[in-house]
Design a binder for this molecule. Structure first.
Ligand SMILES: Cc1cc2nc3c(=O)[nH]c(=O)nc-3n(C[C@H](O)[C@H](O)[C@H](O)COP(=O)(O)O)c2cc1C
Length: 283
C-alpha cells in the first residue's frame, strides 16, 4: 500500500516537472518567433507621428522606413510591359510605403548573410549611394528635404531640409519633370570602391551597375502605378552640391518619381500584330 502511494507521488512529481518544462519551452519558442513590433520612438527617443518618422526632424535625424514588401499586385511580365519613361505627374504625394519600396528596389538588401542587394554589383563592391530629394507635400508625413538612404538599416538620414526640386531642375538643363515630380531619386557613385579592385575596367562596371538600379526603379514604379524617367543630362558638380554629397561622389542618374497623369499600358493584341507584321517584311 505504502509502495503504491510512493510511486503515485513520484509519477505526479514527474508530471508536474514535465508540464513546467513544456510551458517554459512553449513560451521560449513564442518569444523567438514573434516579430518585434516596430519601435514607437526614434533612436534618440523622440515620439513618432507617422510610424518611423519623429515629429521633431532636424539635420542628421534618422527616419526608419516601413519594411519593404516582397509581394506585389502585378507580375514581372506586366511591369515590363508597362515600363515607360513618364514625365508628366499629378501634384499628388507618394506614401512613405511607396518611397520605402522604391528605395528597396534601388539598393535594398535581399540576402542577409553577406548583405547582397536587389541590384547586382561587380565583386559586390557596391559603389553607389542613393539620395532622395523630397518636394513640399512630396511624401505624406515627410518634410521636404534631401535624405540619404542607409542601405543596411533601410532608413533615411536628413541631409538638408527644404524643397530643392527647383534648384535640382535648374542643374539639369531645366527639365520640368524634375521640378514637378513628388520626389527625385539621385544616384551617385564612389568609383574607387570598384576601381581599387578592377582598375580602369571598374569604371564601366559602375556605369553598368547604375543601369541595373535605374531599371529596378523603373519596374518598381510601374508595379506601384507610379511614373519615372532616367535623367542623365545635368551638371555633375551642381547636382552634387545641391544634394550635399562629398567630392568623391559623382552623380550618375536623377530619377524623378510621381503619380502619373497617364499610365502607360501596352495592348497585348497590338504587340502580337507588331511582331507578325515585322515577320512579314522581307529584309
Ligand atoms: C543613359 C540615359 C540617359 C537619359 N537621359 C534623359 C534625360 O536627361 N532626360 C530625359 O527626359 N530622358 C532621359 N532618358 C530617357 C530616354 O529619353 C528614354 O529612355 C527613351 O526616350 C526611350 O523611352 P522609354 O524609356 O519610354 O522606353 C535617358 C535614358 C538613358 C538610358
Amino acid at each position: 500500500m505504502v509502495s503504491i502511494r510512493l510511486s503515485t507521488i513520484i509519477a505526479l512529481v514527474i508530471a508536474v516537472i514535465l508540464s513546467i518544462f513544456a510551458l517554459y519551452i512553449t513560451t521560449y519558442i513564442q518569444t523567438i518567433t514573434t516579430p518585434t513590433p516596430p519601435p514607437s520612438t526614434s533612436p534618440s527617443g523622440e515620439e513618432f507621428k507617422t510610424p518611423g518618422v519623429p515629429t521633431n526632424i532636424t539635420i542628421g535625424t534618422e527616419i526608419f522606413l516601413p519594411m519593404p514588401r516582397i509581394k506585389g499586385n502585378i507580375s514581372l511580365e506586366e511591369a515590363l510591359s508597362m515600363r515607360r519613361s513618364i514625365r508628366d505627374y499629378k501634384p499628388e504625394p507618394l506614401t512613405i510605403e511607396q518611397l520605402s519600396q522604391l528605395l528597396w528596389a534601388a539598393q535594398g538588401i535581399n540576402e542577409v548573410v553577406y548583405g547582397f542587394r536587389t541590384a547586382p554589383s561587380a565583386g559586390a563592391t557596391y559603389p553607389l549611394e542613393v539620395y532622395v530629394v523630397v518636394g513640399e507635400n512630396g511624401v505624406k508625413g515627410l518634410p521636404a528635404g534631401i535624405y540619404h538612404y542607409n542601405v543596411h538599416r533601410h532608413s533615411l538620414t536628413v541631409v538638408k531640409l527644404g524643397d530643392f526640386r527647383d534648384e535640382l531642375a535648374r542643374a539639369a538643363l531645366n527639365q520640368p519633370w524634375i521640378r514637378n515630380a513628388a520626389i527625385d531619386i539621385v544616384i551617385t557613385a564612389v568609383y574607387e570602391r570598384t576601381t581599387k579592385r578592377y582598375g580602369e575596367r571598374g569604371i564601366r562596371y559602375v556605369h553598368m551597375e547604375v543601369g541595373h538600379v535605374g531599371q529596378n526603379i523603373y519596374l518598381q514604379a510601374a508595379a506601384l502605378g507610379l511614373g519615372t524617367v532616367a535623367v542623365g543630362a545635368f551638371y555633375d558638380d551642381e547636382v552634387r552640391k545641391i544634394i550635399g554629397a562629398p567630392e568623391n561622389e559623382h552623380p550618375l542618374y536623377i530619377m524623378p518619381v510621381g503619380v502619373p497623369v497617364k499610365l502607360y499600358k501596352l495592348k497585348y493584341e497590338d504587340l502580337i500584330r507588331y511582331y507578325e507584321s515585322q515577320r512579314l517584311k522581307t529584309s
